[in-house]
Design a protein around this ligand. Structure first.
Ligand SMILES: [Zn+2]
Length: 101
């Protein structure tokens, strides 16, 4: 019984240890590799784990997408590669700088 609890606790700790890496992977983090390295190499210091977790949650999603609902249509807004303005993902040229996406 006690051994089972210890095994379970160990499994939970083991899974928890990699939470920063999982968060970074799910968010497609810009520095995912660095977050994972910090997590794995310094996670055991707890401070390293906290830093990795905070870091994994920082920064905007690089693809910067946003979806708006217009009359029931979901329109995906993406950032223009040239001027950075938000444009409808279905259009070929940016409304603002007229460059092709
Ligand atoms: Zn543009």
């Amino acid at each position: 019984m006690v051994e089972n609890l210890l095994t379970m606790g160990g499994a939970i700790l083991f899974v928890s240890y990699f939470i920063p890496s999982v968060v970074a992977a799910v968010r497609d983090h810009k520095y995912m590799g660095a977050v994972m390295a910090l997590n794995i190499l310094l996670g055991w210091t707890f401070l390293g784990w906290v830093v990795a977790l905070v870091w994994s949650m920082m920064g905007k999603n690089e693809n910067n997408q946003m979806t708006i609902i217009n009359n029931g249509d979901a329109i995906k807004i993406v950032k223009c590669n040239h001027c950075g303005e938000g444009v409808d993902s279905r259009v070929k040229a940016c409304y603002f700088c007229q460059k092709e996406q």
